[in-house]
Design a protein around this ligand. Structure first.
Ligand code: ADP
Length: 901
């Protein structure tokens, strides 16, 4: 329905729309006045539905026309969405009155007709009051609900703060309990505290604390109870097998058990009919250590609501109990520790005593090397410290290590009866020596090892005893025993101490024995030295008084000793000789004959092939005098070479006597040869019948005279030759000769004899054999003698070899080579036969004058024993050497070498 106002309003839409939209806009997005001037796009939202400013203005125009529907709804909506807490209503009212003022001003200014303007103002005022009314009603209705809500919140807050207060109280109570709990470390006191405080705080009908018994049986025992029926419950037991029992269930599961109406038949006697039950396990490291049961007829109020508190108290209790347990443990540990400390202190004291004893004994032991005083002192110290009544030390007998002999006693008289001896293995001490370990005998009377010694009257079989071995590097030196008449007197500590002391005593005994041994050895050595010195001075005196000169040198030829006789013979002072070397002495006195005494050779090889000392001799001219020199090795008993010994002797007189003798024999032989030659001539004349025919007997006699005369002449010739050699007056006519030539002369002479004895002769002389430098007559003599011997000493029909070849020194036998000049050429001749042979001993003597061996052909062969004694010096005179090899009954081989020319 349109009227004047609606028309006017529609006409003035643009003037009023902004303020209007502002007036009834939504509270969240209330547009500011003036912002929207002329803005078509201004949008106000209500819920999800967007309402434009035009639409809002249309509502006003409709209301002005009497249609309030849309406007009412709009105002209702915004009054509900306004917040009761801010100034929303005031703002709206202020905006409403501002709008009315604007409209009235506009009306007054725009409508020229005052009546019409007033009419429209009145009309609008009706609309305005209606609108204010609705706004106020809507706002009042909306805000009443909000107020109620706020009241409810306030109430809830009050209830919450009351609950918080209660919680604070509970916490305080908990704090108090925990302070109480932490103040005590006594378990039973703790449990009591838990039960009584819980009862006080929760005011439940009855409370019980259940713990497993200390013996670990499968039970729970009511250790504490409070409230109704406490007396009946206290001390009550529940078997862990009763798995339906809430206490047991809580204990085994470790979870809180809460039942408002438990089945009374399944519970133990602790259960009070009609009560709800809460069973709370006491947990330590998720392990139940007990259970607290709370019972009350009003389970929800009294139990469920107190659960947290009860739980808090119980966990505090569990910790306190653990602390109490730990404390108990620590206490018992402490007690144990104290006991141990006391024990250890005692042990250390014992150890100290033991060490003091050992030290005392060690000091004693090291202060003496006298065995008896060492033994008796250590025994006394040991006995004193161990409070033994008797003690003894037995040592292993030196001469017989199977026996133990008492060497020291304590507490009994040192009479012979107490110095016993018995075999190792017998008696307690013998057992200890054999087993090498100590023994503690509490009661000797019951020990089977004990032996009674006849005569050992003081040895009583009673009391206790300790015996320990004295060991040194695993060897038993003896046994120490201590004894007391009281059985069981000695303890392990005594044994330990005795064992510890045995070491130093054994060392002392060993030292004393060693000292004794060393002293004895030193004495023996001193005696030996004394004897050696005496012997040395005796030998020195003997040497100095010897008529033969003696010079001793070391392995290098340095002269170590020379006696006065050596100085006299050699015409030099002893001091001079001591400064020289034996090599110098030999070359100085022997000159070209020095090789006769080869010192270096002797030092290199002091023994010959037969292990005999090699001896070298020579003759030296010392001015007008002659001295013999003999050198041999100085060997120790064990064969070790120390040096060489040269013996010099003045043989001037012997040489002179020899010369005179040789001269005499020479003269005599000459004198004998003249008549012999006459006898030989006359017998030849007689034999030829120059003085008339001879009968057979006469011829035989004459022939014998002739033969003997021939032998005599040969003998005299040999003697003459020997004297010539000895007097050095042999004339030698040196020529280069061939062995074959010399041999042929000999062969022609011996051919008849070889033929007569039917010998098989074999001669071998190689074509290139060097010539020898020799004297023809003497070489003939040598070959003749050797070959005639082979013929004579070989049985008829035997075999003879004559062989020659060239030889060098290296080819010669050792004993020959030693005296030969090396690098020289030689011709060697061997005369071998299958004759009677010569035994070993004879071989050394066949070159001696007149020596003939015993052999089957000795008589048949005849001879004088001078042939070889002539041959040897002749060979050597020609610069050669001769030697023989022979086997008795098999044959002989005579060999000689002569230097090649
Ligand atoms: P004899 O005039 O006795 O032959 P020799 O001086 O020539 O004197 O020899 C000395 C001794 O040597 C002989 O008596 C003989 O016993 C022994 N003898 C020498 N040559 C041989 C030989 N070829 N076989 C065995 N014995 C020998």
């Amino acid at each position: 329905m349109s009227n004047e106002l609606t028309t006017w309003m529609s006409a003035h839409r643009l003037d009023l729309i902004g303020q209007w939209a502002d007036l009834i806009s939504e509270p969240a997005r209330a547009p500011m006045l003036g912002d929207s001037s002329g803005d078509e796009g201004l949008i106000a939202t209500l819920g999800v539905t967007a309402v434009s400013a035009d639409q809002l203005y249309d509502m006003l125009v409709l209301a002005a026309g009497g249609d309030y529907g849309a406007l009412n709804e709009r105002i209702h909506t915004i009054s509900h969405s306004d917040d009761i807490r801010d100034q929303a209503l005031n703002e709206r009212l202020s905006r409403a009155f501002t709008f009315r003022r604007t409209l009235r001003t506009l009306l007054r200014n725009q409508v020229s007709d005052p009546t019409s303007a007033l009419g429209m103002i009145d009309q609008f005022d009706v609309l305005f009051e209606h609108m204010i009314g609705i706004l106020a009603d809507g706002w009042a209705a909306h805000n009443a609900a909000a107020l109620r809500e706020r009241e409810f919140i306030a109430e809830s807050l009050n209830a919450a703060s009351a609950a918080a207060d209660q919680r604070t109280l509970q916490l305080k109570a908990l704090n108090d309990i925990s302070q109480h709990l932490s103040a005590s470390l006594d378990r039973s006191q703790l449990l009591d505290l838990v039960a009584t405080n819980l009862h006080r705080l929760t005011d439940v009908a009855s409370i019980a604390v259940w713990m497993p018994p200390p013996d670990g049986a499968d039970l729970l025992v009511a250790a504490y109870a409070c409230g109704e029926g406490a007396d009946l419950t206290l001390g009550g037991k529940i078997s862990l097998a009763q798995t339906k029992d809430l206490t047991v269930r809580a204990f085994c599961s470790g979870r809180i058990q809460f039942e408002i109406t438990p089945d009374a038949t399944q519970q133990g006697t602790w259960y009070r009919d009609g009560c709800g039950v809460m069973a709370l396990p006491m947990l330590l490291h998720e392990q139940s250590i007990g259970v607290v049961t709370l019972q009350d007829p009003n389970p929800v109020q009294q139990l469920r609501f107190q659960q947290d508190l009860a739980q808090g108290v119980i966990s505090q209790a569990a910790i306190a109990i653990q602390n109490a347990n730990l404390y108990t443990e620590v206490r018992s540990l402490n007690v144990e520790l104290e006991q141990r400390v006391a024990e250890r202190t005692r042990e250390l004291q014992d150890e100290k005593n033991r060490l003091a004893t050992i030290n005392e004994i060690s000091t004693e032991v090291s202060s003496t090397l006298d065995l008896d005083s060492l033994l008796s002192t250590s025994l006394a110290v040991l006995a004193n410290i161990s409070q033994a009544e008797h003690a003894s030390i037995m040592l292993v007998e030196q001469d017989d290590s199977s026996l133990l002999v008492t060497r020291a006693v304590y507490g009994v008289p040192a009479s012979p009866g107490n110095y016993i001896r018995f075999p190792i293995g017998s008696g307690i001490a013998g057992w200890v020596a054999q087993q090498r370990k100590g023994t503690l005998v509490d009661d000797i009377s019951t020990d089977e090892r004990w032996v009674s010694i006849p005569g050992g009257s003081l040895r009583k079989r009673q009391g206790s005893m300790i015996a320990v071995p004295l060991l040194m590097q695993g060897d038993v030196l003896g046994v120490i025993t201590i004894s007391h008449r009281e059985p069981g007197f000695f303890q392990e500590g005594h044994m330990r101490m005795l064992n510890a002391c045995a070491g130093p005593i054994a060392i002392g005994i060993n030292n004393a024995n060693l000292f004794q041994m060393i002293s004895a050895e030193a004495e023996r050595r001193y005696e030996l030295l004394d004897r050696q010195q005496t012997e040395a001075s005796q030998i020195e005196a003997i040497l100095q008084n010897l008529s033969d000169g003696v010079i001793v040198c070391d392995l290098y030829g340095s002269v170590l000793m020379a006696n006065q006789a050596a100085s006299d013979v050699l015409g030099r002072s002893v001091e001079d000789l001591l400064l020289w070397n034996l090599h110098d002495i030999i070359s100085r006195y022997l000159g070209p004959r020095s090789p006769d005494i080869p010192l270096a050779e002797l030092i290199a090889r002091p023994l010959d092939v037969n292990d005999q000392r090699r001896i070298f001799t020579s003759i030296a001219k010392v001015g007008t005098r002659v001295a013999s020199m003999t050198m041999g090795p100085v060997l120790k008993e064990d064969g070790q070479l120390l040096g060489a010994l040269l013996v010099v002797r003045d043989i001037t007189r012997e040489i002179e006597a020899d010369r005179l003798k040789t001269e005499f024999i020479g003269t005599m032989s000459h004198e004998l040869r003249t008549p012999m030659t006459a006898i030989k001539g006359f017998t030849q004349l007689l034999a030829m019948g120059g003085l008339g025919p001879l009968n057979d007997t006469q011829r035989e006699f004459v022939s014998t005279i002739h033969a003997n005369t021939e032998r005599m002449i040969a003998l005299i010739n040999d003697v003459l030759d020997i004297t010539k050699i000895e007097s050095g007056s042999v004339d030698i006519e040196w020529r280069s000769l061939h062995m074959a030539e010399a041999l042929s002369g000999v062969m022609s002479e011996l051919q008849p004899a070889i033929a007569a004895r039917s010998h098989d002769l074999s001669i071998s002389i190689p074509p290139g054999l060097p010539l020898v430098r020799a004297d023809a007559h003497r070489l003939h003599q040598i070959l003749f003698n050797l070959l005639s011997n082979a013929v004579k000493y070989t049985p008829k029909g035997g075999k003879i070899w004559v062989e020659a070849h060239e030889a060098t020194v290296a080819d010669l036998p050792d004993h020959v080579r030693a005296s030969m000049t090396p690098n020289k050429r030689y011709a060697q001749m061997n005369i071998r036969d299958t004759g009677v042979g010569i035994d070993r001993e004879d071989m050394l003597r066949i070159f001696d004058r007149f020596y003939r061996t015993e052999n089957p052909l000795k008589i048949e062969a005849g001879g004088t024993g001078l042939g070889l004694s002539l041959v040897k010096p002749l060979v050597e005179l020609l610069g050669g050497r001769i030697w023989v090899e022979s086997t008795l009954g098999v044959g002989s081989s005579f060999s000689f070498v002569l230097p090649a020319s």
